[in-house]
Design a protein around this ligand. Structure first.
Ligand code: SF4
Ligand code: SF4
Length: 179
């Protein structure tokens, strides 16, 4: 259901606070050289990332029942995220988003979507192995791709083996769009 005024305002406040926290965290991570990858490409609107939005919880959020209940309440009532499953291996909450239309693959409240939706898939550039969906038209390239490729070549890796290593290590630039 499309967001009304109250949800629009609540989500805007949450986004501002979240953006501040995220900015500080990313600034801190940048001091140690993160993210490892650069995001390439643009969104083709496949909708895959809206099918099962998920949140990885910190230890406190995962373990403290009241904090967990409050967070899930907020996700359900404000963000429209219904919890469908949890994955304790990764402390993951997996949701169904009530704003997503699987037929049109569109968000009915795109302008007020939460920060996590706006940050996707940039957040994946901070992962060791970014789990992009096969349908996603974005890609990632290691920021040190040129040096890593040169090191592989200097070590005698060539031909198909080189191509394999480039794909596995995210060293391949996407093809340029035709002019
Ligand atoms: S709020 Fe919108 S952008 Fe975010 S998961 Fe739902 S449909 Fe996708
Ligand atoms: S999975 Fe990638 S291409 Fe598809 S909607 Fe999400 S960001 Fe866009």
């Amino acid at each position: 259901m499309r967001d009304g005024l109250v949800r629009v305002v609540l989500k805007a406040v949450a986004r501002s606070l979240g953006a501040f926290e995220l900015g500080v965290t990313r600034w801190w991570l940048s001091r140690r050289g993160d993210p490892r990858y650069r995001l390439t490409g643009s969104c083709n609107g496949c909708g895959k990332c809206c099918e099962q939005p998920s949140i990885q919880a910190g230890v406190l959020l995962w373990r403290l029942p009241m904090l967990r209940a409050a967070t899930l309440w907020w996700q359900r009532v404000v963000n429209g995220f219904e919890l469908v499953e949890t994955d304790p291996r990764f402390r993951l909450f997996v949701f169904r988003c009530s704003h997503y239309d699987p037929v049109t693959k569109r968000c009915d409240s795109y302008e007020s979507r939460p920060l996590m939706c706006r940050d996707y898939p940039m957040n994946l550039t901070f992962e060791a192995v970014p789990p992009l969906f096969p349908e996603c038209s974005h890609g990632v390239v290691d920021r040190n791709a040129a040096q890593l490729r040169a090191a592989l070549i200097a070590a005698g890796v060539e031909g198909e083996k080189l191509k394999e290593a480039e794909a596995r290590l995210f060293l391949t630039e996407p093809p340029k769009d035709p002019p």
